[in-house]
Write a protein of this length. Sequence first.
Lengths: 204, 204
Amino acid sequence: MGFKGEKTRKKILDDAAHLFRTKGFGATSINDLLEATGVTKGSLYFHFPGKDDLGLEYLRQASERFMDFIDEGLEGDTAAQKLDSFLRLALDYHRGRGFVGGCLFGNTALETSDTAPAFAQMTAEVFLEWKRKLAAIIAHAQDEGAIHQGRTAESLAEFVIAVLEGGIMQSRLHKTEEPMNNCIETLRLMLFIPNPGSDQRRSH
Amino acid sequence: MGFKGEKTRKKILDDAAHLFRTKGFGATSINDLLEATGVTKGSLYFHFPGKDDLGLEYLRQASERFMDFIDEGLEGDTAAQKLDSFLRLALDYHRGRGFVGGCLFGNTALETSDTAPAFAQMTAEVFLEWKRKLAAIIAHAQDEGAIHQGRTAESLAEFVIAVLEGGIMQSRLHKTEEPMNNCIETLRLMLFIPNPGSDQRRSH
């Protein structure tokens, strides 16, 4: 495919993003896509054999970007700072979008788990990889003495993902920052040990 | 409406349940509904002017049943036992359905928050009422000294809902009990104070 073809393909993926993120993959129609991308039906089908191919490619690229972000986008010298950074940047991301669209992976999990195996399988891999990456950070933070050690790093990673997804859900529903912010602050209180390295350990 | 009419109306709502819970409201077509309910198109439209009317009525009745369950279905003499019972019964419910369908209200939150105001508004009211009811139980459990007191009862209720929804999401996606079970066990560890009333308070 030439440069112009690549550019059209990329434009279709970019312009379809808002539809996929707000309406979901199933409810986004071919007509919605033609309207949002401005390409002809012939051009759309030249680049993607069907709507699901476009949707799956969008999901694949979004998951790559998300994994790169976890690998390279987190700030901090210690693992605890990196986890803290992840929580802060997640809130910033959703606040910056006015809590519209939510988490693409959470949306797709609930939309497709029982009905669209190709989407569900790709989403399941995203969640497993997300958990693995967070568990690695949390294991280091546990070694640093900065994170609750009563559960395995993998269990805590799954818990962190649950809290974020449930917080995003409530903020997206009510279109207010408060639920996601509260869920993250409550999670911090329960997860992080204040003053790691000092004699004081978590106690209430 | 006579007895037979009431019976048909109830049958439509009952038979539509699996579709709404697995596919969502938007992706369930009139043809899906005719096939699942076995009624004629004329009968369907006699009872419900449109698909959304049927969907909203199903959502309204499901939310009433859920609120009744919280008011009357929880076991235990103390508030902490009632909260514990809620967590246990939630896991039992989803395990009993093989993690198919998930939480109707979480599904509907993510499906409709940005695109279907009538559904989103009804779902927002369900989440607020759910939070109020849990917060009342948690406030009592805090008074009993059985629950973490570092956050308000309302904040903890929102957090409990987030953990459950995020746990259900991951169990529904992977079709295994482990994520929801782990999220609930981790929540218990972080929320409940062992041996309330004794000298021992939470410490690790």
